[in-house]
Design a protein around this ligand. Sequence first.
Ligand SMILES: Nc1ncnc2c1ncn2[C@@H]1O[C@H](COP(=O)(O)OP(=O)(O)OP(=O)(O)O)[C@@H](O)[C@H]1O
Length: 281
Amino acid sequence: MSTTKSFAGEASASPTTPIVHLEDVGKSYGNIQALRGVSLSVRQGEITCVLGDNGAGKSTLIKIIAGLHDYTSGTMSVNGEERHFSSPREALDSGIATVYQDLALAPLMSVWRNFFLGNELTKGPFGVLDSARMKRVAQEELTKMGISVPNLEQPVGKLSGGQRQCVAIARAIHFGAKVLILDEPTAALGVNQSGVVLKYVVKARDAGIGVVFITHNPHHAYLVGNHFVILKLGRVALDTHRSDITLEQLTTEMAGGSELEALSHELRGFDPERVVTPQDK
Ligand SMILES: Nc1ncnc2c1ncn2[C@@H]1O[C@H](COP(=O)(O)OP(=O)(O)OP(=O)(O)O)[C@@H](O)[C@H]1O
């Protein structure tokens, strides 16, 4: 059993009906088959980590759930109903919010304006922006998530990368996300900032949201994940619950698992200490 300290609690132990369910989903871009036979469930109050190397199909998977691309085979259902989203707006209207790595935030705008970007509150018959109410609500929501931003007037670009991720997560939750897709939220961050973001990922889970956490880092995944799916060359190579895998096993699987074993078999007899000299040739 791994002794890794973890934020992952027991809240998700009971199996619930998936909010989003992919069954045997495939996606081809012309001749390129980016995903094949992918089945995956996103459940309320559970963090599903999707891991995979470059080109494994993670972005394609996100794009399908987020409504940017349609799938070409299989089925995707949302709350038990088969869906083919034709736009991100449609996915959003079904409660599926995506926080991309390159955050859709306007760096020069204040934190509170960013919080309401695209969803501004207005007042009166002429639709004047209700700045006071937006500031108050943004402050309340960030405080509720335990995010400390002392001055909401400062440009969001002045916040740290981790804080910006947290603002984007709080915004998605405030606007009613039932499913939150996080595209490598810790990829560009150091250890401390990653810890801050992972804490809010857990808060989102604890608020009852179904979280899809995309990452190539098994250590980050294992700190928070309830469920792990590894994609390799567009296929599901591993699909397991937390109680059935240790961090060490997850890391080995990510590093190549059975392929590494096969390689070490092939290289048996090879002496890495040996230095080849001209006389050997
Ligand atoms: N629009 C596209 N047109 C053609 N091929 C694509 C397109 N998008 C992705 N692919 C191909 O599909 C496969 C999966 O790519 P995808 O971007 O989903 O992987 P990924 O796991 O997100 O990788 P990365 O971590 O590098 O972003 C790759 O072979 C990629 O070249």
